[in-house]
Design a protein around this ligand. Structure first.
Ligand code: LLP
Length: 434
């Protein structure tokens, strides 16, 4: 059975949290922890493998969840890694990803970063013609390189402007309306061997995602007509699918995406072309959830507020654009058991020093008391990776699990770690008083 759309129910979170408490991972002095279902992540990778042609590289987007232990699990399961910065390239290497399975995408690669990637055999998707010139001036001096060009298919935005990257004036890639120049670039640079397209996932209809790929594939045919058949040997389809964060959202199954691609761009599946995908959100978001102790409950005006240890630092999009970003929230008692009883409205607020640090207002939950746990669902993608240092709270403990087995993916940051982060030198931070 497909686990692509599988979610964590509050009962599942309860049993994992209770095991984490019993096994001493979640201690009395632990304010909050994130949990990542590594079994689910592996199952999703296996589904990608089964749905796409043999030899497809599934380069999971590092930015969706950059924890090295998570990257290591992905690499061990056969995935590649998509890097949106040079630092992400280094994270991928730290997770033992072979350089040939890394994809270096960034609109701001420096000369030194490009030289490093070329010298280490890391495939690069070029963002613009100036970057292409930089590569052309070095290419003779390095080992054979795998270089693609990112094309903006200009299919327009979805319902969330901030994550729509294929609008006419998007800052990413070469716009497809510059067709002749793109074709000329392939004619001029024999090392260019791949095309890359990314439209953006959340809030994007399936038809727009598929149309983006179709447009760039039609460009592939034109390039090959002007150069040689098979000249474009790799096609990178970019990021993946949106996620249903609300129970009444209609999710897009992986099979619907793949069938849509097969119908509109059969050439991609005809053999002879190597495909790359860069899924992030759809792999991780619903594999991750968080549990925070309720520190205080207080009355403010007509509202009952529950103060927890995760807020706009973890869920920056939720705090600033709540109409676009949603997370289901549940409550467990102090032992981690689901709470029953009548519901009453409660507002869940985070620990940061501004009044917009609110995760949900007037939520109907069984009565929330100090010492209870609040569970934040579907926080596995673009949360820790977008962690805000506002108020300098430390990153929470992150635990991974696969069936019954729990492990630490990242220790909780201590106050000393945070002092080191903000210090001039991370080698010798000022010592804090005991
Ligand atoms: N490839 C490229 C070139 C990308 O820019 C992205 C995401 C991905 C792959 C992965 O796409 P996914 O399958 O995760 O949709 N919550 C963040 C979203 C940023 C996504 C950026 N790019 C935000 O609010 O900014």
């Amino acid at each position: 059975m497909s686990r692509w759309l599988e979610r964590t129910h509050v009962e599942d979170a309860s049993s994992v949290l209770r095991r984490a408490i019993a096994d001493g991972f979640f201690r009395e002095d632990t304010p909050a922890a994130l949990f990542h279902d590594l079994g689910r992540v592996r199952a999703r990778l296996a589904e990608l493998d089964a749905c796409f042609p043999e030899g497809t590289l599934h380069a999971v987007a590092v930015k969706a969840n950059p924890l090295v232990e998570i990257l290591r699990a992905l690499v061990a399961a056969g995935a590649g890694l998509e890097a949106a910065s040079f630092e992400e390239v280094r994270l991928a290497m730290a997770a033992d990803c072979p350089p040939s399975r890394i994809v270096f995408d960034s609109p701001a690669k420096t000369k030194d970063e490009l030289a490093w990637a070329l010298a280490h055999g890391v495939p690069i998707n070029v963002d613009n013609f100036d970057e292409l010139d930089r590569i052309a001036s070095r290419i003779g001096q390095t080992k054979p390189a795998h270089i693609g060009l990112r094309v903006n298919p200009q299919v327009g935005g979805g319902s969330i402007a901030l994550t729509s990257v294929a609008t006419r004036a998007s800052k990413f890639g070469v716009p497809i309306e510059r067709r002749d120049e793109i074709i000329a670039a392939f004619e001029a640079h024999p090392f260019l061997c791949a095309l890359h397209v990314h439209v953006g996932s959340q809030g994007m209809p399936l038809a727009t995602l598929v149309e983006g790929v179709r447009r760039v594939d039609s460009l592939r045919a034109e390039i090959e007509a002007r150069t040689s058949p098979g000249r474009v040997h790799t096609f990178d389809l970019g990021g993946g699918l949106p996620v249903a964060y609300r129970p009444d959202d209609t999710p897009i199954p992986l099979s619907a995406y793949v069938n849509g691609l097969k119908e509109t761009t059969p050439g991609l599946f005809a053999g002879g072309l190597r495909l790359v995908t860069e899924f992030g959100r759809a792999i991780h978001a619903t594999a991750g959830w968080a549990a925070s102790r309720v520190e205080y409950v207080k009355q403010a005006g007509d509202e009952r507020l529950a103060v927890i240890h995760l807020g706009a630092d973890l869920l920056v999009r939720r705090a600033y654009r709540p109409e676009e970003w949603h997370h289901e929230i549940a409550v467990l008692d102090a032992e981690g058991r689901p709470k029953g009883g009548l519901t009453e409205p409660v507002t869940i607020v985070g620990p940061l020093c501004f009044s917009g640090d609110v995760l949900a207002r007037g939520l109907a939950l069984p009565r929330v008391d100090p010492g209870d746990f609040v569970v934040l669902h579907d926080v596995g993608a673009y949360t820790l990776g977008m962690w805000s240092r506002h108020c300098s709270r430390g990153l929470p403990l992150v635990l991974g699990y696969d069936g019954e087995t729990l492990s630490i993916l990242k220790d909780r940051e201590t106050p000393d770690d945070v002092v080191a982060f903000w210090s001039r030198s991370r080698e010798q931070p000022p010592r804090s008083e005991p």
